[in-house]
Write a protein that binds this ligand. Structure first.
Ligand SMILES: Cc1cc2nc3c(=O)[nH]c(=O)nc-3n(C[C@H](O)[C@H](O)[C@H](O)COP(=O)(O)OP(=O)(O)OC[C@H]3O[C@@H](n4cnc5c(N)ncnc54)[C@H](O)[C@@H]3O)c2cc1C
Length: 404
């Protein structure tokens, strides 16, 4: 059977390897960029957080909330890591469940996949951007540049729109729509959040471990704890990515409440600040030894405390306000950064038009889809790549099966 796969990213490579497990299948993997897995190479800040040991328990979103379950239960993180081990990749899991290559290099993940694809029944075509799909009596005809390719089964693994500089594109959505499929509204997720608060400029580059909570019109939405990074636009870092889904996508006052000392209670912090009244230090040093210096000064200022005032001269009300700034600092949010900065696309091709036990289209027999092009997005921490491996493998195995 001749199987074509459009998209040589994470899910497309997994699909190709699965489809080629039957030596009688002939697999063609088409990638529009000059090399395979360009986005994969940039994942996890170049470290590639390729899976999460907790992925089978949840952490996925989309209009059909349980669509992801079958693919991940059939090829869960443990099996994925065994599969990668079989390809020659050593991995290591952090206590949080995040899995990385032992080499700490995303390149290692891509390399073992590239080497595995060197099989007699797999042909890789680079620089081949599929522009049109025609349904034929035998299957499909793909048009790319001046060329055409006929196949019996087709897997669309074009990825999402996020990370446009790394190859994120509308292409997969357009190709599937041309075959009758429908798409939800696309939104950026796992993305930085912008603020109108001017103070952020002075904090650019500062990192802090904190608890962050999103509020809409004062109602708590989602929260997480971890590393925050201030940027010239607003808030970034893993803790923000984790809570960025659908922020500012509806009308309302959106803000992020930050607790810069989640392990220390307000009274304990107040007692420590009172103790500092016995020193001769100015208020600009109120948080020295506790917080990043720049952050400490900005928070003291936000509490209305002048840096020149001696700490000894601050009354209880001023210190209580300083404590409030550290424990409940609110940053107004305006919007997320765009698709070019987002790691993942929320939304995609409607999953109720696909059979989640095979990844085959319910509208067009012989057509399959996998990965981010579908309306499935995962939490931060390896969940999205796990979806790409699991859904890609399921699509490849299903497409590679003989049908009567
Ligand atoms: C900066 C960044 C960091 C990330 N870090 C992580 C991480 O650490 N862990 C994690 O789990 N997830 C991470 N992600 C998300 C993850 O990379 C994606 O969810 C995953 O790669 C999706 O796999 P995919 O195969 O669906 O799409 P992709 O990996 O994007 O592959 C799709 C491929 O299809 C090709 N293509 C598209 N249209 C056509 C066409 N018409 N013809 C031919 N080829 C085409 C594209 O060029 C691309 O190579 C990150 C994303 C970004 C942008």
């Amino acid at each position: 059977m001749k199987i074509a796969i459009i998209g040589g990213g994470a899910s497309g490579m997994a699909a190709a390897l699965a489809a080629a497990e039957k030596s009688e299948n002939s697999v063609v993997l088409l990638e529009r960029q000059a090399r395979l897995g360009r986005k994969l190479q940039a994942t996890g800040n170049g470290r590639c957080n390729l899976s999460n040991l907790h992925a089978a328990a949840g952490g996925y979103h989309g209009d059909q909330p349980s669509f992801w379950e079958y693919a991940i239960s059939k090829f869960p993180p443990e099996s994925t890591l065994d599969w990668f081990r079989g390809l020659g990749l050593f991995t290591v899991a952090e206590p949080s469940g995040r899995v990385y290559p032992y080499s700490d290099q995303a390149n290692s993940v891509l390399d073992v996949l590239r080497f595995a694809l060197e099989k007699p029944n797999i042909q890789v075509k680079l620089g081949a951007e599929v522009e049109k799909i025609k349904k034929t009596a035998q299957g499909f005809q793909l048009e790319f540049g001046e060329d055409t390719l006929d196949c019996q089964k087709l897997i669309v693994a074009c990825g999402g729109l996020a990370g446009t500089k790394l190859g994120g594109t509308m292409s997969g959505y357009k190709l599937l729509r041309s075959l009758g499929h429908r798409c939800t509204r696309l939104r950026p997720t796992l993305v930085q959040l912008k603020t109108a608060w001017g103070g952020v400029v002075g904090l650019k580059g500062v990192r802090a471990n904190c608890r962050a909570e999103i509020l809409r019109d004062g109602t708590p939405m989602q929260s997480s704890q971890g590393e925050l990074q201030f940027t010239e636009y607003g808030l970034s870092g893993p803790v923000i990515f984790e809570i960025s889904r659908d922020v500012c996508q509806q009308k309302g006052d959106w803000c992020c409440r930050l607790d810069f000392l989640p392990e220390i209670g307000e009274d304990a912090l107040f007692a420590e600040l009172c103790r500092r009244k016995t020193t001769a230090l100015p208020a600009s040093e109120l948080f020295t030894g506790i917080l990043h210096n720049r952050l400490g000064r900005v928070l003291a200022q936000a509490a209305g405390i002048s840096g020149q005032t001696p700490i000894a001269a601050l009354d209880d009300a001023a210190l209580r306000e300083a404590v409030r700034m550290v424990k409940r600092f609110e940053v107004s949010l305006t919007e997320p950064l765009g698709m070019d900065s987002a790691q993942v696309t929320a939304g995609g091709i409607l999953t109720n038009e696909f059979d989640n036990t095979t990844m085959e289209s319910k509208l067009v027999p012989g057509l399959f889809a996998c990965g981010e092009v579908l309306d499935v997005d995962g939490d931060c921490g390896g969940y999205n790549l796990q979806w790409a491996w699991s859904s890609g493998r399921l699509a490849g195995l299903s497409a590679g099966k003989e049908t009567v």
